[in-house]
Design a protein around this ligand. Structure first.
Ligand SMILES: Cc1ncc(COP(=O)(O)O)c(C=O)c1O
Length: 387
């Protein structure tokens, strides 16, 4: 069996280091907002090239707290993509604002920057781009639109830690970058965890206060906050893992480019594209030379005809795979009040019906990628004929 993501393997490699810091935290008994949280916040801020970082309870909380810190709420609209995890829009809805969807660019799976301006209304307060699968959005265009229309940018970096756009880390383009440390993320802890990154001292102080019940001084509360602190134990684990992140990202890219090579030309399978200075790139040569983005391949996602039967066949062949995401958010029951319908965002719908994420993790071997690609090649042809 080749799993989609192999957390056991990662732990086996890091066991001594991780066990040691966990024991240290247990012994020190400083379990809430202790020295590891503080040190990790500084280390992530330094790694990303930002001034401040606040560790919080999850990626969803990070988005919620960032929106709160920017005073986005009732009556406001936030532009985002319908092709993302529900946490993105949950945060928008929880602050009382309305998610306004803009279709994706079918080449990148990310928000189509050419469609953003048409979605701006007098109520629009922010753009919330999601760097899906670890592929940076077209940030030049998003920053330009935001500046021209006086909008905030809050980046959803749950899947993109370490990814860069023109050499700049995702999460540093707007007022806040929001990260998730859910176990299967590129930098994952042993439970839930998240973080808000910002250069803005006010945003930093506000998120820091909101994460611990809305008060700067213990038992004195100035506004309704919540209990959303990154655990000390999780921070200690994340500090160990952060040291390996860059090499893990390189391994993920190596796997992705190997897939690109092996799957090029396979009928019925469309490979993921990266953006680069000359437009889109999907071939091996440009991927290796891409000077505009460095994606971190949280997922390696192809579009495949007859997706469900291909998924079932891969699973039967002992290859883990997953569908991220089968229902775009504008068609989710929870968002029915927004009034969108089938056909509202055709590219997101098209992707939802065909997307299939293949195994990708730093420890995946070249041999395994060969086996996966070979199996997919065999499976996809009959599936195409049926489709
Ligand atoms: C794109 C995206 N946004 C937000 C989230 C929410 O993060 P969390 O699960 O840590 O709340 C996730 C996590 O799966 C995600 O993938």
């Amino acid at each position: 069996m080749i799993p989609l993501c192999d957390l056991r393997k990662q732990y086996a490699v890091l066991k001594d280091e991780i066990d040691s810091v966990m024991q240290q935290v247990a012994g020190d008994a400083h379990y809430i907002l202790g020295p590891n949280v503080k040190a990790f916040e500084q280390e992530i801020a330094d790694y990303c090239g930002s001034r401040f970082a606040v560790g919080v309870g999850s990626g969803t909380d990070a988005l919620y707290l960032a929106l709160r810190a920017l005073n986005i709420g009732q009556g406001d609209e936030v532009i985002t993509t319908p092709f993302t995890f529900i946490g993105t829009t949950e945060a928008i809805s929880l602050v009382g604002a309305t998610p306004t969807f803009v279709d994706i660019d079918p080449q990148t799976f990310n928000i189509d920057v050419r469609l953003i301006e048409a979605a701006i209304t007098p109520r629009t307060k922010a753009i919330l781009p999601v760097h899906l699968y670890g592929q940076p959005c077209e940030m030049d265009a998003i920053v330009k639109i935001a500046e021209e229309h006086g909008l905030e940018i809050i980046e959803d970096c749950a899947q993109s830690i370490g990814a860069t756009y023109r050499g700049q880390q995702t999460g540093t383009f707007g007022k806040a970058g929001c990260f998730s440390f859910f176990p299967s993320k590129n930098l994952g802890c042993f439970g839930d965890g998240g973080l808000v990154l910002t250069d803005d001292r006010e945003v930093y102080e506000r998120v820091e206060m909101l994460r611990r019940h809305g008060g700067k001084v213990k038992y004195h509360h100035t506004e309704v906050g919540l209990n959303s602190r990154l655990d000390e134990l999780q921070a200690a684990i994340l500090r160990v893992k952060l040291k390996y992140l860059e090499s893990w990202s390189r391994s993920r890219r190596r796997c992705a480019y190997q897939y690109n090579r092996l799957l090029a030309g396979v009928s019925g399978v469309r490979l993921p594209n990266e953006i680069c200075t000359s437009g889109y790139c999907s071939s091996l040569a440009q991927n290796e030379a891409s000077d505009l983005v460095e994606a971190v391949y949280h997922q390696y996602t192809v579009l495949v005809e007859g997706r469900d039967s291909v998924r079932d066949s891969l699973t039967e062949s002992g290859i883990g795979c997953a569908v991220y995401y089968p229902v775009p958010l504008h068609l989710q029951e929870v968002h029915q009040d927004l009034g969108w319908q089938v056909g509202s965002f055709p590219n997101a719908e098209y992707a939802s019906e065909r997307c299939l994420s293949l195994p990708i993790f730093p420890e995946l071997t070249e041999e395994q990628v060969h086996r996966i690609a070979g199996t997919l090649q065999q499976i996809s042809k009959p599936a195409m004929q049926v489709a």
